[in-house]
Structures are given as structure tokens and as C-alpha cells.
Design a binder for this molecule. Structure first.
Ligand SMILES: NC(=O)c1ccc[n+]([C@@H]2O[C@H](COP(=O)([O-])OP(=O)(O)OC[C@H]3O[C@@H](n4cnc5c(N)ncnc54)[C@H](O)[C@@H]3O)[C@@H](O)[C@H]2O)c1
Length: 258
């Protein structure tokens, strides 16, 4: 066997210290757990939510207290997104270099009974919101002149891949998030911003509080996931430990939908 030129394994930095991470939908469920895990990993966290009080409540749960900030942001609204990005930059002294697009709604109805308003709500928050926030984030990071090394994680859903009865607007929005992830990943990789997405299955949060018990039979692990089980994967995808992952869709489902 010939010796390879270099067999050294370099160890990437495993900490997020010195990084600013902006999380949308940070006031509840998976978004809140992302804020907690990212703060534990050393990041300064900008907790954003349409519900500012919920974002402030998340702040009280974060280690490293005063360095984190809460900002109101409605992801559907370009000016709200741009104002929030500017406010994050002003309060933290630099542009965020890490982003989690987690804000979401699930308006449920059979396709024959889906009205324009509920269709639009799913698309506006879940898909248009991910687009608007990613665009504002990447613009702010690239214009900042700081080290542009960035990472984005979009929270899609396993049903964006599989489809699901009674969730036409929701599944279409999440399928859109999957393909938006891949396009952004392809365009932004050359600018040193990696984009990936996570496809959660059934996770225990306020969004899924009223669910049928029958669902458990479909999950090989036999239980719903916990928000922090998604957040740990998000933290990995934001970390340089996943430096060669671009445009990946990581399923966190207990085996559902594989
Ligand atoms: N819980 C699950 O089983 C599950 C499964 C797959 C994907 N997801 C996705 O994970 C994400 C988080 O969901 P969750 O279960 O934690 O739900 P959740 O309801 O607990 O949290 C959603 C958060 O988004 C915020 N939000 C809603 N509309 C907003 C807007 N226009 N602008 C900014 N913030 C807004 C809410 O205020 C709330 O804090 C969503 O994108 C959801 O689709 C959840």
C-alpha cells in the first residue's frame, strides 16, 4: 500500500462561539429548542418571532443571558424582515452568519375544502417567509464585509416529501422549502454560505397538540420526537463539522416516511 500524501485528519472548530445565529419562530416548539441548543453551543442568539413576548420568554431560557436578543419579525412581510435583520445587526454589532428558518403554520383541510385564504397562509409563512428571510440574511452578511462564512438550515417537513392527506397547502409549502433549499444551496455555496434543510416527522410541540393517537403506529420508533432532537441536528448542520454538506435534506422522523 502506498502512503497517501497527507493522512492528517483536521479537527474543525466544534464551537459556535463568536457566531451570531438568527432563528425565526424562536418563540415556541422547535424554534425555541434551536435557540437553546445554539446558545449552549456558544452562539449569540437573535430570537425572532411574530409574537415578541414569546421570543422574550425564550430569552429567559438561554444560557449566557444578556448577550442574546429578542426581535419581532413577521416572516411574510418584506419590510418587517428587513427591519428585524437591521435591528439584529445593530444590537449585536455584526450581521448574523447563521440562520434557522423555523417559523411555520399548519392550516389543515382536505383539498376539496381548502379555501384561498388557508392555502395562502401556509404558502406565505412557510415558503415565502423562508425566501424573504434567506434573501435578507444573505444580503446583509455579504454586504457586511465580515467573514461571509455562513450557514442556513430550513425547517421543512417529511410530508413535504411524502405528501399527506388533509394537508395540501402545508405539504406544498414544505415541498417548496425543500426545492428552495437546493436552489439557494447551489447559488450560495460559492459565496461560502451553506444551505441545508431538516425534514422533521411528528414532533411534540403546540403545533401538533391536537393529533390522532393512530399516528404512532406509523412511526417505527413508536413515539413523537422532542423539539431538542430536531435542534441537535440543526446545530450540527450550522457547525463547521458538517462543512461538506450542501443542499442536504436530513430526515428526523423516528423512521416515519423513509
Ligand atoms: N411539530 C411538528 O411535528 C413539525 C413537523 C415537521 C415540521 N415542522 C415545522 O417546524 C417548524 C416549527 O414548528 P413547531 O412545531 O415548533 O410549531 P409552533 O407552533 O410551536 O411554533 C411556530 C412558531 O412560529 C411562529 N410564527 C408563526 N407565524 C409566523 C410569522 N408569520 N412570522 C414569524 N413567526 C411566526 C409562531 O409564533 C410560533 O412561535 C414549522 O416550520 C413547522 O412547519 C413541525
Amino acid at each position: 500500500m502506498t502512503a497517501s500524501a497527507d493522512t492528517t485528519i483536521t479537527t474543525p472548530s466544534c464551537t459556535l462561539a463568536g457566531r451570531i445565529a438568527l432563528v425565526t419562530g424562536g418563540g415556541s416548539g422547535i424554534g425555541r429548542a434551536c435557540c437553546q441548543v445554539l446558545a449552549r453551543e456558544g452562539a449569540q442568539v437573535v430570537v425572532t418571532d411574530i409574537n415578541l413576548q414569546a421570543a422574550k420568554d425564550t430569552l429567559t431560557l438561554l444560557p449566557g443571558g444578556r448577550q442574546h436578543v429578542a426581535v419581532a419579525m413577521d416572516v411574510r412581510d418584506r419590510s418587517s424582515v428587513e427591519d428585524a435583520m437591521k435591528s439584529a445587526q445593530d444590537q449585536c454589532g455584526a450581521s448574523p452568519s447563521l440562520l434557522v428558518n423555523c417559523a411555520g403554520v399548519a392550516i389543515i383541510a382536505p383539498i376539496l375544502e381548502t379555501d384561498d385564504d388557508s392555502w395562502k397562509k401556509n404558502i406565505d409563512v412557510n415558503l415565502t417567509g423562508s425566501f424573504l428571510v434567506t434573501q435578507a440574511f444573505a444580503t446583509s452578511l455579504l454586504e457586511s464585509g465580515n467573514d461571509p462564512r455562513g450557514a442556513v438550515v430550513n425547517i421543512a417537513s417529511i410530508v413535504g416529501k411524502t405528501g399527506c392527506t388533509n394537508r395540501g397547502g402545508y405539504t406544498a409549502s414544505k415541498g417548496g422549502v425543500i426545492s428552495l433549499t437546493k436552489t439557494c444551496a447551489a447559488e450560495l455555496a460559492s459565496k461560502a454560505i451553506r444551505v441545508n434543510c431538516v425534514l422533521p416527522g411528528l414532533i411534540d410541540t403546540p403545533m401538533t397538540a391536537r393529533r390522532s393517537k393512530d399516528l404512532m403506529r406509523l412511526i417505527p420508533l413508536g413515539r413523537a420526537g422532542r423539539p431538542e432532537e430536531v435542534a441537535e441536528v440543526v446545530a450540527f448542520l450550522l457547525n463547521e463539522r458538517s462543512s461538506y454538506m450542501v443542499g442536504a435534506c436530513v430526515e428526523v422522523t423516528g423512521g416515519y416516511g423513509m
